[in-house]
Design a protein around this ligand. Sequence first.
Ligand SMILES: Cc1cc2nc3c(=O)[nH]c(=O)nc-3n(C[C@H](O)[C@H](O)[C@H](O)COP(=O)(O)OP(=O)(O)OC[C@H]3O[C@@H](n4cnc5c(N)ncnc54)[C@H](O)[C@@H]3O)c2cc1C
Length: 382
Amino acid sequence: MDFRLSEEHEALRESVRDFAREAVAPVIAEHYERHTFPYEIVRQMGKMGLFGLPFPEEHGGMGGDYFALCLALEELARVDSSVAITLEAAVSLGAMPIFRFGTAEQKARWLPKLLSGEALAGFGLTEPGTGSDAGGTQTRAVLDGDEWVINGSKAFITNSGTDITALVTVTAVTGTNPDGSKELSTIIVPSGTPGFTVAPGYSKVGWNASDTHELTFDDCRVPAGNLLGARGRGFAQFLRILDEGRIAIAALAVGLAQGCVDESLKYAKERQAFGQPIGNYQAIQFKIADMELKAHTARLAYHDAAARMLAGEPFKRQAAIAKLHASTVAVDNAREATQIHGGYGFMNEYPVARFWRDSKILEIGEGTSEVQRMIIARDLGL
Ligand SMILES: Cc1cc2nc3c(=O)[nH]c(=O)nc-3n(C[C@H](O)[C@H](O)[C@H](O)COP(=O)(O)OP(=O)(O)OC[C@H]3O[C@@H](n4cnc5c(N)ncnc54)[C@H](O)[C@@H]3O)c2cc1C
């Protein structure tokens, strides 16, 4: 058992850490305040190869693994979560379904652009009326000659409305299974397809420099060849994508939790109260020690899930545990970091204010904490 990172992974972690400190930290607060998408940061991440990390070189990837992606997400989220979720969604929800389930033609058409960061893709599963219960999907796609005709809407779709968004993959009901349940399939809808409308961005509590939209499909026609994988495989496809994605979200949550430790440590040494730095008081020391403990154990949980996944072993339960624990820890650490900063913690100019706003969604997106508990309980045989 070796908990140390390989030389390659350590080098990647360091280069992303430097990038986050030097290129992201100085500009992200302004994007966050203005709710603007950080195109320049995305361009630089593309040049670094971050969008291609877990993909083979033959498709334009970096030939790394999913763990490499997780390390990059952790280091980015240590500084900012909008940037981290942009990368997470672009890779694990955007490019990954095409890589895992696409035809040779679909891969050749889309992957080079997506893996270079030149273009982004979104993944549309959630709908205004249903999220956790994907069986409640209402969006329908009907085959008309050699075209799918899509009607319905999707809610909260990340990376779906940027200037460089090339496509969204959407889940839709395409028929009825022999047991009477809905037949779900996944279909690629290129940006700009007539009948596909992207609503203005949401007003969100956090992740303010990330791109999120409601999407509407009104007699939207795409070629029959835009079906992703086999017809009726939509359910199995998104379960696989979400299982993996949970490890990535756990890594992102660990990054936020660690960023809270970084900022609190710095502040505790600088801020004076009653004639000495607040870090001299045991109450503050214990808070920071507990925050470090939580970030560390959550990190071990996602490393374990990623190691199982890369070894080809079952990892569903471990991914749910990692996501559940890391998101809880992120919220806890953001709350304590704000407390340690006192009144300044409530001011948006301090990174911990951003961490606090960005932490809550981690207990909701890519499966709520209740859904993670359902997955764990089911896997235990209940
Ligand atoms: C900023 C942002 C970005 C997002 N990006 C994407 C994206 O790119 N693509 C995408 O498809 N979706 C995306 N989502 C959607 C997200 O994944 C869903 O919001 C999430 O899965 C929860 O679904 P819901 O909002 O419909 O909540 P609901 O499913 O309606 O749940 C409401 C509450 O009920 C609880 N609940 C539901 N069922 C049960 C049960 N059986 N037992 C106990 N409790 C239950 C839930 O845990 C939750 O607390 C995004 C959301 C946000 C806010």
